[in-house]
Write a protein that binds this ligand. Structure first.
Ligand code: NAP
Length: 312
């Protein structure tokens, strides 16, 4: 699928050249990926579980992965499909492992099987949470060591999908950061009101933007490369660094930032994630794409939030 051809109808006998199905096109990554792939000349078809969107005449395909497979829509014969759907809340997965496994494990595996059987390459988005956060720069071939239900579901789905006959790829992501991040919005409002904010100094992230994830997805589908891939920031940074960047961008008083230790309450191990980075040497070698600076991602995101700068 090196050079996408002009748009074609979304169903038919032949695979539509240069066509990509984005499963979960309303999500943080799915929406940005849909736009990015279309900008690169792909014929993008998105799915939604929001009935109102499809009723409104939008050309989206209605697809709720929690429905039984026999109620799923007929899938268009596309070159590639990117599975961007997930139940991403750690707590929700912990409290309802069976319910959330439908969307995070069983449905994606069944869907990937259906896609590959019809000749469509299936790309599954996964997470650095398949590891236990005890070591940095996790390699592509390292055995997963999840410490949460979410991580376990994703690790199992990865393994099942990569074992399928047909073309498959898994892209693991570190934390996606954007100006809509609820924590940033809360901090911004608190600082603007002259109130204190609390940032953990022992919880770390290696953030990337959704745009960077979309770029990696494009590299994978346009080159039709298979196997495990990573998209990660270049180093782990504490939440206190993010708070510092926000204070700086807002011109606020740094004394309003209270630092705390003790882990994030939503991590079931009660441990703060210390290491979240993923090794990106394979991507640098194959695509010429190195890991982006975590600090720059933080800085650009808060500047965008505060000043409305260029899109991150
Ligand atoms: N965000 C991160 O920091 C991060 C980090 C690592 C990995 N990832 C992975 O990246 C992928 C995309 O994450 P994201 O941040 O874009 O998540 P998101 O914004 O929460 O989007 C998830 C999408 O899945 C859809 N969805 C949930 N249940 C569904 C169902 N039963 N049927 C159909 N659609 C359903 C949601 O629909 P609605 O919009 O209608 O709710 C939403 O559009 C996920 O696989 C996630 O595990 C994300």
């Amino acid at each position: 699928m090196q050079s996408p051809s002009p748009p074609a109808a979304c169903t038919g006998d032949a695979v539509i050249s240069g066509s990509i199905l984005v499963i979960g096109a309303d999500g943080q990554v799915g929406s940005v990926t849909s736009r990015y792939l279309a900008e690169q000349g792909g014929k993008v078809i998105g799915t939604t579980r929001r009935a109102a969107t499809t009723n409104a005449g939008d050309d989206r395909l209605f697809f709720d992965l929690s429905l039984p497979a026999e109620d799923w829509p007929e899938l268009p014969l596309v070159d590639a499909a990117v599975i961007c759907t997930a139940a991403t809340r750690i707590n929700e997965c912990e409290n309802d492992p069976d319910g959330t496994a439908v969307v995070n494990l069983h449905a994606p595996v069944a869907l990937a099987e259906k896609l590959t059987r019809q000749g469509t390459m299936a790309v599954f988005l996964s997470t650095t949470g398949v590891f236990d956060f005890t070591r940095p720069f996790r390699r592509h071939d390292e055995a997963p060591s999840p410490v949460s239900a979410y991580g376990r579901q994703k690790a199992e789905a990865e393994a099942c999908i990569l074992k399928l006959d047909g073309k498959t790829a898994v892209l693991r992501l570190t934390r996606i950061m954007g100006p809509d991040m609820p924590l940033l919005r809360t901090w911004c409002a608190e600082l603007a009101a002259g109130r204190e904010i609390t940032a953990y100094e022992d919880a770390f992230i290696a953030p990337i933007t959704a745009a960077f994830a979309a770029r990696m997805i494009h590299e994978i589908v346009s080159r039709e490369v298979e196997g495990m891939f990573h998209a990660s920031g270049d180093e782990d940074q504490p939440y206190t660094a993010l708070a510092g960047e926000l204070v700086c961008a807002m011109g606020a008083d740094i004394s309003l930032v209270t630092t705390a230790k003790g882990g994030l309450p939503h991590y079931p191990t009660a441990n703060a994630p210390r290491y979240t980075t993923l090794d990106m040497s394979r991507e640098e070698e194959m695509f010429g794409v190195p890991a982006p600076s975590s600090l720059a991602t933080m800085r650009e995101t808060v500047e965008f939030l505060v000043r409305g700068g260029p899109a991150a």
